[in-house]
Write a protein that binds this ligand. Structure first.
Ligand code: PLP
Length: 442
């Protein structure tokens, strides 16, 4: 492999000075970093013009392709007006307009937007706000949180406490508050002959038993609606969310919808919880919200929650802040992203795109070593029948050699492409995935 000087120089400098995320850096002795010089649509290019198709939207953030001309134009024009101003005591057009439009997308039911810069911080905000709501309401004993088995909510200490991924969590256990996990409605765990909906119902009964015992000290139940992403794209029936909503209402426990991954159209509807016909008490968004351009997250909540903080007493207010709260450029990128949803009728177009991908991937779904091929909206996943503990790393490298960016989670391979992927690019994705699979299983 001929690597140009610019590529090589960047790799050496990166390994020397940059501590990369979610990485044992020593592995880069044998697994080279990938230098990226520019992006265009679904494609990423190095300095030699070598390309790869970004089939996972750069960790699930990119919606409308790299260097999208419309988002670029909106940001360029915002740069001429205002790059940032503190949001304590000040306000600006992009943050007001974004809050109004997000609220409208929830049918006005979640009318109050609190901003941060990354997903985990939005989770921290929802957890703190829920606890503080109960405290302001004279229920200070409600301090505990419940989450799903195999749930992922980010890696700051509060978010990690409700995350259920041993590899990320065990090391830090002494630093974390205990939280309780209830069974995941992941339909792969259903008994033979049991439908996903029946299994969701059975899991809801387990939640009910937990809540009946612990509601007095429980502030909130946090879920990833419809798809549990980081632990391998576990999908489940919306019935679970309907039952969870009713149980949380009955037991006076908040429902937090972590839509950091499933939001912004990824699940097929703009918000995944809408497929269950429910409204959560808190909704956390990030990742796709700026089209994958800038770090921005938001926790939306209801009038009753907002009202419980509205008081003459400063200490009853929500005294939480981040320096870049409501950053004007990030809000502008989010507005440009919402404009594209409207102008291009993206949710409708994605239905045809998803149907095309399902057809193109048929030979993957029918492969003898592939299990549980599944799809929700613009998320696809399947499990590969292999005992090779290094499968994920081998597949990642073999895919890159075939111009594909795919990053399996254990034995689960998933596609989460940008919404601008064209039919011929879908064909490319399907054919190269199959070829990579064959090469790795040979
Ligand atoms: C990515 C993710 C987070 C954390 O977001 P960060 O921006 O990485 O902190 C939280 N919850 C879900 C469901 C996610 O997919």
């Amino acid at each position: 492999m001929a690597v140009s000087t610019r590529n090589a120089t960047l790799l050496t400098r990166s390994a020397g000075a940059v501590w990369h995320p979610c990485t044992q850096m020593k592995q880069h002795e044998t697994l080279p970093l990938v230098p990226i010089a520019r992006g265009d649509g679904v494609w990423l290019y190095d300095f030699d013009g070598r390309r790869c198709l970004d089939a996972i939207s750069s960790w699930w953030v990119n919606l409308f392709g790299h260097c999208n001309p419309r988002i670029n134009a909106a940001l360029t024009s915002q740069l001429e007006q205002l790059e940032h101003v503190m949001l304590a005591g000040f306000t600006h057009e992009p943050v007001v307009e974004l809050s109004e439009r997000l609220s409208a997308l929830t049918g006005g039911r979640l009318g109050h937007c609190f901003y941060a810069s990354d997903g985990a911080s939005a989770i921290e905000i929802a957890l703190k706000m829920s606890f503080h709501f109960w405290r302001n309401s004279g229920r200070a004993q409600k301090t505990r949180f419940i989450s799903l088995a195999n749930g992922y909510h980010g890696e700051t200490l509060g978010a990690l406490a409700v995350t259920d991924v041993a590899l990320f969590k065990d090391t830090y256990a002494p630093l974390l508050r205990q939280s309780a996990q209830v069974p995941s409605p992941d339909w792969r765990l259903a008994q033979q002959g049991e439908s996903p909906r029946a299994y969701a119902g059975r899991c809801a009964q387990a939640l009910e038993r937990h809540l009946e015992q612990h509601h007095a000290e429980t502030a909130a139940f946090i879920v990833e609606p419809l798809v549990q992403g980081a632990t391998g794209m576990a999908m489940y029936d919306p019935e679970y969310l309907r039952r969870a909503r009713a149980l949380c209402d009955r037991c006076q426990v908040h429902l937090i919808a972590d839509e950091i991954m499933t939001g912004c159209g990824r699940s097929g509807t703009f918000f995944a919880h809408a497929q269950a016909g429910i409204t959560p008490d808190f909704l956390c968004l990030s990742k796709g919200i700026t089209g994958g351009y800038l770090p921005l997250s938001v926790a939306l909540t209801t009038d009753p929650v907002y009202a419980a903080f509205y008081d003459d007493s400063v200490a009853r207010g929500f005294l939480h802040s981040h320096s870049y709260t409501g950053n004007a450029l990030a809000c502008r990128a989010a507005l440009a992203t919402l404009d594209i949803f409207r102008q291009d009728d993206v949710l409708e177009a994605n239905k045809a795109r998803a149907a095309y991908l399902n057809r193109a991937a048929r030979s993957i779904a029918e492969h003898p070593r592939v299990r549980n091929f599944r799809n929700t909206g613009m998320i696809w996943a399947f499990d590969v029948d292999t005992n090779d503990p290094a499968f994920a790393r081998k597949f990642y490298q073999a895919a890159l050699a075939r111009e594909l960016l795919l990053r399996p989670i254990g034995n689960t391979i998933y596609f989460m492409p940008p919404y601008v992927i064209a039919d011929d690019e879908i064909d490319f994705l399907a054919a190269r995935t199959l070829a990579t699979l064959e090469a790795c299983l040979a």
